[in-house]
Ligand binder design. Sequence first.
Ligand code: SF4
Length: 357
Amino acid sequence: MSATASLPKNLLGWSRAELEQLAVEAGQPRFRGRQTFRGIYARRVRDLGALTDLDKKFRDYLLARYTVALPRSERQFTSRDGSARYLLGLEDGKTIEAVYMPIEDRVTFCISSQVGCAVDCRFCFTALLGVKRNLTAGEMVGQVMALSEAQHVERGAHVNVVFMGMGEPLLNYGPVMEAVRILADPDGLGITLRRITISTSGIVPRIRDLACEAVRPRLAVSLNASTDEQRSALVPINRKYPISELMRACREYPLRPRERLTFEYVLLDGVNDSDQDAQRVAELMQGVRAKINLIPYNSGPGLPFRAPPIERVLSFQQVLADRRVPAFIRISRGQDVMAACGQLSLAGAPSQAAARA
Ligand code: SF4
């Protein structure tokens, strides 16, 4: 037997059905799997020996073969505004980032779905890393659990989870949806679906798949441009899924009562921030129940973009308001520790950014 064959397997990310199956294979009734699921995610028990509601024989069975291991916090950068960016180590030695943002009585966790990202948005620091691999469901759920533990966020707190960290979640569709189901399960982390958001650069076929899911989080689309020419230059995936196709999928997306699609629009000085852009964006929103988050660009070393002056941002917002498109200006949190939108890059990325610029 090789040395690695005897390593305990990590149960983090196993679904309710998988744990039920595990119980059955161990000669236990199926409900022991449900108890294990609740113990790991709802009760946040990390030591399988502490699952005292389990039959001792099953507990010993689990202890001999399995473990529950969260991503390790390797570094933490705390912002003046109270948010914190975490560098988290994975079992294979790769690292990812996740961000904790406390806002009044709520907490938002921004989590990663891939190590790096392949989409290559021209204004994004994560893009500079390329994509190394997809994360597992356990590695995504584990980010929420690790940050909750580090920041003492109790179960029952008002928690939002946004898949807006490193990676394009819809290019890691299966594991992301598995993670969503564990996050939203009342016996799992118990976070209501309307507080979970997947943000995409516009992977149209997967938006259509998401529309058919029984357990469906909210959807945000990173638009960032008002014409195909402009968007293809900023978000290269637009060449594959142009704006007309993207907006058709958005118009056909089944929204629940009072639900809106969110469109994110990173405002880049002199690039996509004119009143004409705003007019075209308003036009695109016809027939979609939408709101727009306007995000003045978070500049950093090496990328050739700047945030527009505030008057330009306000003017852009006003054009949308005049066309009855709700638009909100989002000043990203954690900018001083590179935790803001599009800034997640791991240590070393700024020098890569300089190399590309
Ligand atoms: S903005 Fe999002 S989708 Fe685009 S490169 Fe960055 S992480 Fe990937």
